[in-house]
Design a protein around this ligand. Structure first.
Ligand code: GLU
Length: 306
Protein backbone atom coordinates (compact mmCIF):
# COMPACT_ATOMS: atom_id res chain seq x y z
CA UNK A 1 0.00 0.00 0.00
CA UNK A 2 1.67 3.26 -1.01
CA UNK A 3 2.51 5.74 1.68
CA UNK A 4 0.70 4.05 4.54
CA UNK A 5 1.81 5.51 7.81
CA UNK A 6 0.00 3.43 10.36
CA UNK A 7 3.13 1.47 11.21
CA UNK A 8 4.99 4.65 12.18
CA UNK A 9 5.29 4.88 15.95
CA UNK A 10 3.48 7.83 17.53
CA UNK A 11 5.42 10.21 19.75
CA UNK A 12 2.63 10.23 22.29
CA UNK A 13 0.85 7.23 23.73
CA UNK A 14 -2.57 8.48 22.61
CA UNK A 15 -2.10 10.67 19.53
CA UNK A 16 -4.68 13.14 18.29
CA UNK A 17 -5.19 13.51 14.55
CA UNK A 18 -7.68 15.53 12.56
CA UNK A 19 -9.37 15.55 9.18
CA UNK A 20 -10.13 19.14 8.25
CA UNK A 21 -12.22 19.56 5.10
CA UNK A 22 -13.63 22.84 3.79
CA UNK A 23 -17.38 22.56 3.19
CA UNK A 24 -17.28 24.19 -0.25
CA UNK A 25 -17.87 21.04 -2.26
CA UNK A 26 -18.32 17.28 -2.03
CA UNK A 27 -15.53 15.05 -0.75
CA UNK A 28 -13.68 13.11 -3.44
CA UNK A 29 -11.68 9.90 -3.35
CA UNK A 30 -8.54 11.82 -2.32
CA UNK A 31 -10.34 13.03 0.79
CA UNK A 32 -11.34 9.45 1.54
CA UNK A 33 -7.63 8.53 1.42
CA UNK A 34 -6.69 11.29 3.83
CA UNK A 35 -9.54 10.63 6.24
CA UNK A 36 -8.88 6.86 6.28
CA UNK A 37 -5.12 7.30 6.82
CA UNK A 38 -5.89 9.54 9.80
CA UNK A 39 -8.44 7.10 11.15
CA UNK A 40 -6.09 4.09 10.76
CA UNK A 41 -3.32 5.92 12.57
CA UNK A 42 -5.63 6.88 15.43
CA UNK A 43 -7.05 3.36 15.70
CA UNK A 44 -3.63 1.72 15.60
CA UNK A 45 -2.41 3.80 18.55
CA UNK A 46 -5.50 4.25 20.75
CA UNK A 47 -5.66 7.79 19.49
CA UNK A 48 -8.42 10.28 18.79
CA UNK A 49 -9.70 11.20 15.35
CA UNK A 50 -11.18 14.71 15.18
CA UNK A 51 -13.26 16.22 12.43
CA UNK A 52 -12.78 19.97 11.93
CA UNK A 53 -14.84 22.06 9.55
CA UNK A 54 -12.64 24.69 7.87
CA UNK A 55 -15.26 27.23 6.90
CA UNK A 56 -13.57 30.61 7.34
CA UNK A 57 -14.57 31.44 3.78
CA UNK A 58 -18.19 31.96 4.72
CA UNK A 59 -19.07 33.02 1.16
CA UNK A 60 -18.20 29.55 -0.19
CA UNK A 61 -19.06 27.30 2.78
CA UNK A 62 -22.51 25.66 2.61
CA UNK A 63 -24.35 23.70 5.32
CA UNK A 64 -25.42 21.13 2.72
CA UNK A 65 -21.78 20.37 1.93
CA UNK A 66 -21.02 20.00 5.63
CA UNK A 67 -23.92 17.56 5.95
CA UNK A 68 -22.71 15.64 2.87
CA UNK A 69 -19.15 15.46 4.29
CA UNK A 70 -20.47 13.96 7.52
CA UNK A 71 -22.63 11.49 5.61
CA UNK A 72 -19.69 10.35 3.46
CA UNK A 73 -17.40 9.95 6.47
CA UNK A 74 -20.03 7.94 8.35
CA UNK A 75 -20.47 5.76 5.24
CA UNK A 76 -16.70 5.16 5.27
CA UNK A 77 -17.16 3.86 8.83
CA UNK A 78 -15.46 6.82 10.50
CA UNK A 79 -16.62 8.19 13.86
CA UNK A 80 -15.63 11.43 15.55
CA UNK A 81 -16.40 13.13 18.85
CA UNK A 82 -18.87 16.01 19.16
CA UNK A 83 -18.94 18.93 19.16
CA UNK A 84 -17.10 19.41 15.90
CA UNK A 85 -14.91 22.51 15.77
CA UNK A 86 -16.19 24.91 13.16
CA UNK A 87 -13.66 27.61 12.30
CA UNK A 88 -16.34 30.24 11.65
CA UNK A 89 -17.12 30.08 15.40
CA UNK A 90 -13.58 31.12 16.29
CA UNK A 91 -12.78 34.37 14.48
CA UNK A 92 -12.13 36.08 17.81
CA UNK A 93 -9.32 33.65 18.61
CA UNK A 94 -7.75 34.26 15.20
CA UNK A 95 -8.09 38.01 15.81
CA UNK A 96 -6.29 37.69 19.13
CA UNK A 97 -3.32 35.98 17.45
CA UNK A 98 -3.28 38.64 14.72
CA UNK A 99 -3.16 41.42 17.25
CA UNK A 100 -0.29 39.65 19.04
CA UNK A 101 1.67 39.59 15.76
CA UNK A 102 0.68 43.18 15.02
CA UNK A 103 2.00 44.29 18.41
CA UNK A 104 5.29 42.60 17.59
CA UNK A 105 5.40 44.79 14.46
CA UNK A 106 5.38 41.77 12.16
CA UNK A 107 2.25 42.55 10.13
CA UNK A 108 1.30 45.34 7.79
CA UNK A 109 -1.95 46.24 6.06
CA UNK A 110 -1.67 45.60 2.32
CA UNK A 111 -4.09 47.66 0.24
CA UNK A 112 -3.65 46.30 -3.30
CA UNK A 113 -6.54 44.21 -4.59
CA UNK A 114 -5.94 40.92 -6.38
CA UNK A 115 -6.48 42.64 -9.76
CA UNK A 116 -4.05 45.44 -8.86
CA UNK A 117 -1.44 42.89 -7.80
CA UNK A 118 -1.80 41.07 -11.07
CA UNK A 119 -1.56 44.27 -13.15
CA UNK A 120 1.51 45.39 -11.25
CA UNK A 121 3.25 42.03 -11.63
CA UNK A 122 2.44 41.93 -15.38
CA UNK A 123 3.98 45.39 -15.75
CA UNK A 124 7.15 44.32 -13.93
CA UNK A 125 7.39 41.14 -15.97
CA UNK A 126 6.75 42.84 -19.29
CA UNK A 127 9.82 44.94 -18.60
CA UNK A 128 11.79 41.69 -18.64
CA UNK A 129 12.23 41.39 -14.87
CA UNK A 130 11.50 38.08 -13.14
CA UNK A 131 9.05 38.29 -10.26
CA UNK A 132 9.03 35.63 -7.48
CA UNK A 133 6.04 33.35 -6.97
CA UNK A 134 5.08 31.38 -3.87
CA UNK A 135 4.90 27.55 -3.85
CA UNK A 136 1.20 27.78 -4.84
CA UNK A 137 2.12 29.88 -7.88
CA UNK A 138 0.82 33.23 -6.54
CA UNK A 139 3.11 36.24 -7.11
CA UNK A 140 4.83 37.74 -4.09
CA UNK A 141 3.25 41.03 -3.02
CA UNK A 142 4.49 43.80 -5.32
CA UNK A 143 3.16 46.73 -3.25
CA UNK A 144 5.37 48.87 -1.02
CA UNK A 145 2.79 49.30 1.74
CA UNK A 146 5.17 47.83 4.30
CA UNK A 147 7.05 51.13 4.21
CA UNK A 148 3.94 53.26 4.89
CA UNK A 149 4.19 55.25 8.10
CA UNK A 150 2.03 54.25 11.04
CA UNK A 151 -0.09 57.38 10.62
CA UNK A 152 -0.60 56.80 6.86
CA UNK A 153 -1.66 53.22 7.55
CA UNK A 154 -4.07 54.27 10.25
CA UNK A 155 -5.53 57.00 8.07
CA UNK A 156 -6.22 54.61 5.21
CA UNK A 157 -7.74 52.05 7.57
CA UNK A 158 -10.02 54.62 9.18
CA UNK A 159 -10.97 55.85 5.69
CA UNK A 160 -12.28 52.32 5.16
CA UNK A 161 -9.69 51.25 2.52
CA UNK A 162 -9.99 47.48 2.04
CA UNK A 163 -6.84 45.68 3.11
CA UNK A 164 -5.37 42.29 3.92
CA UNK A 165 -2.88 41.77 6.76
CA UNK A 166 0.42 40.40 5.52
CA UNK A 167 3.43 39.08 7.38
CA UNK A 168 6.50 41.23 6.85
CA UNK A 169 8.64 38.22 5.96
CA UNK A 170 11.99 40.02 5.78
CA UNK A 171 11.69 41.54 9.22
CA UNK A 172 10.47 38.20 10.63
CA UNK A 173 13.47 36.42 9.11
CA UNK A 174 15.86 39.11 10.29
CA UNK A 175 14.69 38.46 13.84
CA UNK A 176 15.00 34.67 13.58
CA UNK A 177 18.09 33.26 15.21
CA UNK A 178 17.39 29.63 14.41
CA UNK A 179 16.75 27.38 11.43
CA UNK A 180 13.18 26.14 11.87
CA UNK A 181 12.40 22.55 10.94
CA UNK A 182 9.64 20.02 11.39
CA UNK A 183 9.47 16.33 12.02
CA UNK A 184 8.13 14.50 8.94
CA UNK A 185 7.18 10.86 9.50
CA UNK A 186 6.00 8.06 7.23
CA UNK A 187 7.08 8.18 3.61
CA UNK A 188 6.80 11.82 2.68
CA UNK A 189 7.10 13.58 -0.68
CA UNK A 190 10.16 12.30 -2.53
CA UNK A 191 10.73 10.16 0.57
CA UNK A 192 11.78 13.12 2.64
CA UNK A 193 11.48 12.09 6.24
CA UNK A 194 13.10 13.15 9.48
CA UNK A 195 13.78 16.83 10.14
CA UNK A 196 12.73 19.00 7.19
CA UNK A 197 14.10 22.52 7.09
CA UNK A 198 11.31 25.09 6.83
CA UNK A 199 11.58 27.59 3.99
CA UNK A 200 9.06 30.32 4.85
CA UNK A 201 10.89 32.87 2.68
CA UNK A 202 9.56 31.09 -0.42
CA UNK A 203 6.10 32.38 0.52
CA UNK A 204 6.99 36.07 0.65
CA UNK A 205 4.70 38.34 2.65
CA UNK A 206 2.02 35.72 3.17
CA UNK A 207 -1.56 36.82 3.95
CA UNK A 208 -2.70 36.13 7.52
CA UNK A 209 -6.04 37.94 7.32
CA UNK A 210 -7.80 38.30 4.01
CA UNK A 211 -9.60 41.40 2.76
CA UNK A 212 -12.95 39.64 2.94
CA UNK A 213 -12.28 37.22 5.82
CA UNK A 214 -10.64 38.23 9.15
CA UNK A 215 -8.25 35.22 9.06
CA UNK A 216 -6.50 33.01 6.50
CA UNK A 217 -6.06 29.29 5.99
CA UNK A 218 -2.46 29.40 7.29
CA UNK A 219 -3.37 31.23 10.47
CA UNK A 220 -6.52 29.30 11.36
CA UNK A 221 -5.09 25.87 10.63
CA UNK A 222 -1.98 26.52 12.74
CA UNK A 223 -3.98 27.87 15.68
CA UNK A 224 -6.59 25.13 15.56
CA UNK A 225 -4.01 22.35 15.48
CA UNK A 226 -2.62 23.85 18.68
CA UNK A 227 -6.02 24.56 20.31
CA UNK A 228 -7.10 21.00 19.60
CA UNK A 229 -3.74 19.56 20.77
CA UNK A 230 -3.24 17.73 17.47
CA UNK A 231 -0.07 15.66 17.83
CA UNK A 232 0.18 14.27 14.29
CA UNK A 233 -0.96 16.14 11.20
CA UNK A 234 -1.64 13.68 8.37
CA UNK A 235 -2.59 15.43 5.14
CA UNK A 236 -1.91 15.46 1.40
CA UNK A 237 1.52 16.31 0.03
CA UNK A 238 0.03 19.32 -1.77
CA UNK A 239 0.29 21.00 1.66
CA UNK A 240 3.95 20.05 2.21
CA UNK A 241 5.27 23.52 1.31
CA UNK A 242 2.61 25.25 3.45
CA UNK A 243 4.08 23.56 6.52
CA UNK A 244 6.99 26.03 6.36
CA UNK A 245 4.54 28.85 7.13
CA UNK A 246 2.74 26.83 9.80
CA UNK A 247 6.07 26.07 11.48
CA UNK A 248 7.00 29.76 11.40
CA UNK A 249 3.67 30.80 12.93
CA UNK A 250 4.06 28.18 15.67
CA UNK A 251 7.44 29.68 16.47
CA UNK A 252 6.18 33.29 16.49
CA UNK A 253 3.10 32.52 18.56
CA UNK A 254 4.77 30.09 20.97
CA UNK A 255 2.65 27.11 19.90
CA UNK A 256 3.68 23.45 20.07
CA UNK A 257 4.74 21.84 16.78
CA UNK A 258 2.96 18.62 15.82
CA UNK A 259 4.65 15.97 13.67
CA UNK A 260 3.62 15.86 10.03
CA UNK A 261 2.99 13.16 7.49
CA UNK A 262 2.26 14.42 3.98
CA UNK A 263 0.83 11.48 2.08
CA UNK A 264 0.77 10.96 -1.68
CA UNK A 265 -2.32 12.14 -3.54
CA UNK A 266 -4.87 10.29 -5.62
CA UNK A 267 -4.40 11.46 -9.20
CA UNK A 268 -6.79 11.43 -12.16
CA UNK A 269 -6.06 9.70 -15.48
CA UNK A 270 -4.07 12.72 -16.64
CA UNK A 271 -1.91 12.70 -13.52
CA UNK A 272 -3.60 15.75 -11.99
CA UNK A 273 -4.79 15.96 -8.40
CA UNK A 274 -8.52 15.51 -7.95
CA UNK A 275 -10.66 18.58 -7.62
CA UNK A 276 -13.92 19.22 -5.82
CA UNK A 277 -15.30 20.80 -8.96
CA UNK A 278 -14.98 17.51 -10.85
CA UNK A 279 -18.13 15.74 -9.66
CA UNK A 280 -17.08 12.43 -11.28
CA UNK A 281 -14.78 11.45 -8.42
CA UNK A 282 -17.00 12.62 -5.59
CA UNK A 283 -17.68 9.91 -3.05
CA UNK A 284 -21.38 10.81 -3.13
CA UNK A 285 -21.73 10.29 -6.89
CA UNK A 286 -19.68 7.08 -6.83
CA UNK A 287 -21.91 5.80 -4.03
CA UNK A 288 -24.99 6.70 -6.03
CA UNK A 289 -23.61 4.67 -8.92
CA UNK A 290 -23.33 1.67 -6.60
CA UNK A 291 -19.65 1.83 -5.57
CA UNK A 292 -18.90 -0.26 -2.47
CA UNK A 293 -16.57 0.65 0.39
CA UNK A 294 -13.97 -1.72 -1.11
CA UNK A 295 -14.26 0.09 -4.49
CA UNK A 296 -13.70 3.51 -2.92
CA UNK A 297 -10.79 2.30 -0.81
CA UNK A 298 -9.19 0.69 -3.87
CA UNK A 299 -9.56 3.97 -5.80
CA UNK A 300 -7.98 5.72 -2.80
CA UNK A 301 -4.98 3.36 -2.96
CA UNK A 302 -5.89 1.68 0.33
CA UNK A 303 -6.36 -1.93 1.35
CA UNK A 304 -9.90 -3.27 2.02
CA UNK A 305 -11.13 -3.07 5.63
CA UNK A 306 -10.29 -6.07 7.88
N1 GLU B 1 -8.99 22.59 4.81
C1 GLU B 1 -7.91 22.11 3.99
C2 GLU B 1 -8.49 21.48 2.75
O1 GLU B 1 -9.67 21.17 2.70
C3 GLU B 1 -7.06 21.07 4.69
C4 GLU B 1 -6.17 21.67 5.67
C5 GLU B 1 -5.15 20.77 6.33
O2 GLU B 1 -5.33 19.54 6.36
O3 GLU B 1 -4.20 21.31 6.85
O4 GLU B 1 -7.74 21.31 1.81
Amino acid sequence: MPNDNTTAKPRFSAPTVRFAPSPNGLLHVGHARSAMLNRSFANAHDGTFLLRIEDIDTTRARPEFEAAIMEDLAWLGIEWPSPVRRQSDHFEEYQAALSELRKLGLLYPAFLSRAEISTKVSEIESSGQLWPRDPDGAPHYPGNDRTLSESARNRRISDGDAHAWRLDMQSVLNGLDTQLSWDEFGSGPADETGQINADPEAWGDVILARRDVPASYHLSVTLDDAFQTVTDVIRGEDLFAATSIHRLLQHLLGLPAPRYHHHSLVLDQDGRKLSKSDGATSIASLRQQGATLEDILAMAGLAPPD
